[in-house]
Each structure stands twice: as C-alpha cells, then as structure tokens.
Write a protein that binds this ligand. Structure first.
Ligand code: SAH
Length: 464
C-alpha cells in the first residue's frame, strides 16, 4: 500500500491554498466542504476564486508566496502553474511538518486527494496513488452508481436507532444480522424512495418483532419494477439493485434472458408471462401469487418489460396489493416507445414534424381493434406509437387513411427493439402492411407512425 487512506477532521482548521487559478478554486471548494477555514494566497485571483469570498470561511491573501507564509496552517495545497514555486511551497510545508499536496506532482506530496463520493455521513474515497486520476474518477462513477444518493439519510436513521437496537438485541451476532437486513432490505429501500417516516415505523416494528420472536411481523414487500425494452444496459440503477436483492422474481415474457441473468443467483424465478390470447397465469392468479409471497415475508420483485405503468397492468397488480395491505413500491422503466424510437433513430417529437406523441394499444379483441378516436389521430403534426399493433397493422393503416391521413405518411415497425435482434421495417401507411407480411416479422414489435419516421434515414445509428 503506497498510501494510507484516512479521513481527516478539518472542521475549523486553517488551510492554505497557494495559487489563484481555477484549480486553486476547486481545491478550496473541497476543503470548504470538509469544514476548513481556507486562505487562498496569490498575487492575482481568477473570477472563480474571487467568487469564493462569499463564504465566511474564505480569506484571500493577495501577495507573492514566501516560505514563512506557511506558518500556522494545518494543511497546504500548492496549486500554481509554476513548478519551482510549487516545490518551494512543498519544502516550506515539510519543514514545518504541515501536510502538503502539490497538484499533479505526487512525489512532492505528503498526502494526495482521492476521488470522493460524498453521501455524508457516508464517504467513499478512491485513489490511484497518483498514477491515473482519470481511472480513479471512472471508478468513482461506478461506485457512485452503487450507492444511492439517500445513503446519508439511511446512515443517520441507523445512528438514531443504534443505542435502541443495542439495548434490545443483546447478542452481537444476531444484532449484526438484524442491521444487515435493515440496511440492505425493504427498510433501506423505503429511505431510498424518500419515505423516511415509514422506514422508521418499519424499523420500530422490526425491533419489536425481533425481541418478541414474532416472525409474522416480518412483512415482505413487492417491488413492481420496469425492466426496460430489452437491452440490459437500459435498466435503471434501482431496478438492478432490487433484482440483486430479491428473494423471488416474478417475470414476464418481455423480460429478456440477458436481464434475467442479472437477478440474484439464489433468487427463485417464476415465469408469469402472457402471450396473446394464451395466458400462462391469469392476472388474478398473478395478483394472488404476489400477495402470498409478500405475506410469507419475501422480498418480491415483479419484473415487467418496459415501464410497468404503460400497457403493463401494473396498476391492477398494485391495487390488489393495496387492498391486501401488502407494502409495495414502483420503479419506472424505459418504455418500448422511448427505447425503440431511440435505437431506431426516430425522435418521437421534433420541432418540424411532431408537437405531440400518443401511445396507443393496437390490441385486437375478437378480431377487431378496440375503440380508438381515429379522427383525432389523423390530424397532422403528431406521432402515433402503437403497442401490440402487429396483428392489427393492416386495419390501423387503412383506418387512418380512411380518416384523412395521407397514404404516404411514413410508418415504421420495430421488431425486438434495443436488442441485438432489432430490425426496423419502414414504409408508408399504404405500403407497410405488405412489407411486413412479406418479412416474417416476430413479436414484440412497435409501430411508429408520423413524418418523424423519415428522420431515420439520417439519424439511424444502432447497428446490431
Ligand atoms: N410495459 C411495456 C409494454 C407492454 S405491452 C412497455 O412499457 O414497454 C407489450 C408491447 O410492448 C408489445 O406488444 C410491443 O408492442 C411493445 N414492446 C415491448 N418491448 C418491445 C421491444 N423490445 N421491441 C418492440 N416492441 C416492444
């Protein structure tokens, strides 16, 4: 280990930055965040440094650096663009045993700045030991995506309850397991969703349950999660975390195998997929299943293609949970319209083409399209997106033409959008049904209609 990572208490401690440019300003900000009293010394100051004067904790010292200027400081940063001057600062600081950092010159430093992930009071720091700050920053980004922004609030709640839990649960091993469950389970998720009050209530209940040995008080939770349109990279960070913490995952046909692979390995996976007119599990049974699993204390992820609230019957599922008193949360996903449009190079709105965009279902019932206001849809300046529109494609196109849409209005059918199997078929209202029927297209497909489709000629970028 080339450096020892430690966390320094700088509250109200005098710190000196030598240099008056943007780098000096950045370092000053970091020290200010840590509560330091910061002096910035330079003959002239950049605007970014001058702006810092607004803070009571900043003093600007306008002069040329001399060795004795280091006296009385706890920590010094040399941030000038003059290597000789920087070395002088380092030497003066070392002579007085003051911690010193010289920007971009690790060999002159007694300490180096890490890349910081600040979820105060939780702080993570990453260092490459001065070898590659960019690498450290990339790592920081990765770690940042793993630590939800609300981690700080979670830590504070944990601190509030620390003594209580210590008194209530005497056995250190059981106590540790208790905290593990709290900090990586439904209670933590409530905090991440901004429901701190409910989290505290649950924590109270969990303590009571633990001390009274009352297992039934451990209630499970259902997370209704949107898995996006197919590309696993399009999962939200929260979706991924929930999938990796789940006890059970109940998933749909639209959830791609690549995404399922990201589910925690030991989690039970239950297929509840539906195919047109062939329901594997009737909706009522899915609702019952989710309720039962949660009541048995499981952490259930109900994983749905796209967004659960867009043609996903998510509303119905959580209505049942609500009626049964089962706690739940909803995590949105990228819906097929956004995903497919982006990967097909078709902006859904565009100043010159479409000022609105309508999502519709092209689902057929008894061989007929369900009620749709065709008159409204045939007005120009809009984009129409039909989900489940493959079977009804000929009827959708002919109805639009009947109601006044130009027969040469561009239309595209996107098959398995955002995946490595994506194909896009383009034509017009008149030609697309024929093109599609000749091509042996397979579900899932999304139909986009409107002059925005023409932009694809220029904007197509994704080549699976
Ligand atoms: N909740 C989902 C939609 C469920 S309805 C969402 O928000 O995306 C199912 C329909 O979604 C399919 O019939 C198809 O029209 C569309 N769909 C979902 N994923 C798709 C994909 N990768 N490519 C094309 N269409 C898709």
């Amino acid at each position: 280990m080339d450096y020892l990572p430690i966390f320094l208490n700088l509250k109200n401690e005098p710190c000196l930055i030598v240099g008056g440019g943007p780098v000096a300003a950045r370092k000053a900000e970091t020290l200010l965040q840590a509560g330091g009293q910061v002096s910035v010394l330079a003959p002239t100051f950049h605007d970014l440094v001058l702006k810092l004067r607004d803070s009571e904790c900043v003093t600007l010292i306008q002069k040329v650096f001399q060795s004795q200027d280091v006296r009385g400081f706890k920590l010094i940063v040399a941030a000038t663009d003059d290597a000789i001057l920087n070395a002088q600062v380092a030497e003066a600081a070392s002579a007085h045993n003051i911690l010193v950092n010289v920007v971009d010159q690790p060999s002159l430093c007694t300490f180096i700045f890490p890349a910081i992930i600040d979820r105060s009071p939780i702080i993570a720091a990453v260092s490459s030991g001065g070898t590659s700050p960019v690498l450290a920053r990339i790592l920081r980004m990765r770690i940042e995506s793993l630590i939800p922004p609300a981690y700080g609030r979670l830590a504070r709640i944990a601190a509030d309850f620390r003594t209580r839990v210590k008194q209530a649960i005497k056995d250190p091993q059981i106590r540790r397991r208790f905290w593990e469950n709290v900090l990586s389970g439904p209670i933590a998720e409530l905090v991440f969703a901004g429901r701190d009050e409910q989290a505290t209530e649950h924590l109270e209940q969990a303590i009571t349950a633990e001390t009274s040995g009352n297992e039934s008080a451990h209630s499970g939770m259902v997370y209704l999660v949107g898995a996006g349109p197919g590309d696993p990279d399009l999962l939200t960070i929260r979706a991924l975390r929930l999938m990796q913490e789940a006890d059970v995952v109940v998933y749909d046909r639209l959830v791609s195998p690549e995404i399922l692979q990201l589910v925690r390995r030991d989690a039970e996976k239950i297929y509840a997929g539906k195919q047109r007119n062939r329901h594997t599990l009737p909706q009522a049974e899915i609702n019952r299943l989710l309720t039962d699993l949660a009541k048995a204390g499981k952490r259930v992820v109900r994983l749905k293609g796209g967004d659960p609230f867009i043609f996903g019957r998510g509303g119905e599922e959580i209505e049942t949970l609500m009626n049964e008193g089962v706690p739940f949360q909803v995590t949105p996903g990228i819906t097929a319209a956004s995903g497919c449009a982006a990967y097909a190079g078709i902006p859904l709105t565009h100043r010159d083409h479409a000022q609105s965009c309508t999502f519709l279902t092209g689902h057929m019932k008894d061989g007929r399209l369900i009620d749709i206001e065709w008159n409204q849809l045939s007005r120009p300046g809009q984009t129409l997106v039909f989900y489940m529109g493959l079977q009804g494609l000929p009827e959708i196109c002919s109805r639009l033409i009947q109601h006044g849409c130009p027969a040469d209005l561009p239309a595209a059918l996107i098959q398995q959008g955002t995946t490595q199997h994506q194909s896009v078929f383009t034509g017009t209202l008149k030609t697309l049904p024929e093109i599609v029927s000749r091509s042996g297209v397979k579900a899932p497909t999304l139909l986009i209609i409107g002059s925005v489709v023409r932009l694809r000629e220029k904007l197509a970028w994704f080549r699976p």
